[in-house]
Design a protein around this ligand. Structure first.
Ligand code: AMP
Ligand code: MG
Length: 326
């Protein structure tokens, strides 16, 4: 057990003798990982449980799969009426709406009806009919949400709206899990939910947490590039294992809200940012914007963005001017 020297007016623990602990738990439909340094196993387990409890609570609010989630309760309420919601739900919707405005609706949490159609397509390996597509896209549009921050209410302006937080909720949960770790004295940690990760201080004796990113060599081939991450979030969206292929065309689980159809551009977007909520949501948004508009957006927001475009043979990697990880 280390001692706690005083530096200025702040107490900083000497954690040089702390041990590393790793946990994996199925949460939010994915493997939710925690790696961190703690003084002993009892502390590590207590803190890990607190972090997972927080994620569990957020899932009960944000899930669009669970009929009893706060999100689905909100969507089931009559339209046109202001509904009071929890601060977590209000917060995440408010941040989503800001991003929707910034990206001209490329990021849109009202795309739920289209996302649900896409899930059906994936199940039956069949494209939705033109009628069902039209019916779904009619219920989509971020302008159909009204927020009242003072009263913390959400009004869904049209009938049949379905919100989907899949493009931002994991990032939010990762941020919250890290906040719980910090609150409990854990300063060297790695938190990840599939493509969304966040790091605080580096592992003892290392410059950062080892992470592999798909990069492209001079011949246009993809290779795994190792980077070391600390005090930063990193999210990747886009061309993953989540797609459906119909008649030789590959459709991603990310939807273009204007057409209601899954993206067909083969790109993967990685965003590095201070918060996982920002990295997660921007990675999804830039996937929809595509290479040119996505890079313009990255520039205007000074975002660290990496776009991998996949051609038939040759792949390309584009970095935004603010990309600093190599
Ligand atoms: P991610 O893996 O973070 O890129 O998020 C993908 C998920 O975001 C999908 O599975 C949907 O739940 C949701 N989604 C799909 N299209 C959009 C969109 N255009 N805007 C916001 N969320 C979306
Ligand atoms: Mg995302």
């Amino acid at each position: 057990m280390g001692f706690w020297p005083l530096t200025g007016c702040q107490t900083v623990p000497d954690d040089s003798t702390w041990q590393r602990f790793e946990y994996v738990n199925p949460k939010m439909g994915t493997k939710f990982r925690l790696k961190f340094y703690a003084p002993n196993q009892v502390t590590a387990e207590r803190v890990a449980r607190l972090a997972y409890n927080r994620v569990e609570k957020l899932n009960a609010i944000f899930s669009d799969y669970s009929p009893s989630s706060e999100l689905n309760h909100l969507c089931a309420k009559p339209h046109g009426k202001p509904i009071p919601v929890s601060s977590d739900l209000f917060n995440i919707i408010q941040q989503s709406q800001q991003l929707a405005r910034e990206t001209g609706g490329a990021f849109d949490i009202t795309a739920g009806p289209s996302v649900r159609l896409w899930r059906q397509s994936r199940k039956h390996v069949q494209m939705p009919t033109a009628d069902s597509l039209a019916a779904a896209t009619k219920r989509v549009g971020f302008q159909k949400i009204r927020l009242n921050p003072r009263k913390r209410t959400v009004t869904l302006m049209s009938a049949g709206m379905q919100l989907d937080l899949g493009g931002i909720a994991k990032g939010y949960a990762v941020d919250e899990a890290m906040r719980i770790l910090k609150q409990n004295g854990i300063r060297r940690a790695f938190v990840a939910a599939s493509g969304d990760m966040l790091t605080s201080g580096p592992p003892i004796g290392s410059e950062g947490w080892r992470v592999e990113i798909r990069a492209v060599d001079e011949f246009g081939n993809i290779y795994p590039r190792t980077i070391h991450l600390k005090h930063q979030a990193l999210s990747t969206s886009g061309d993953t294992e989540q797609f459906v292929e119909v008649n030789g065309q590959r459709y991603s689980h990310i939807i273009d809200p204007r057409t209601g159809i899954g993206l067909t551009n083969r790109i993967a977007v990685t965003v590095a940012a201070a918060s996982s909520t920002v990295a997660d949501s921007r990675a999804t948004a830039i996937s929809v914007l595509g290479v040119n508009k996505g890079m313009d957006y990255a520039n205007s927001e000074k975002l660290q963005v990496l776009i991998l475009t996949m051609g038939n043979k040759k792949h390309r990697l584009l970095k935004s001017p603010h990309w600093k990880l190599w």
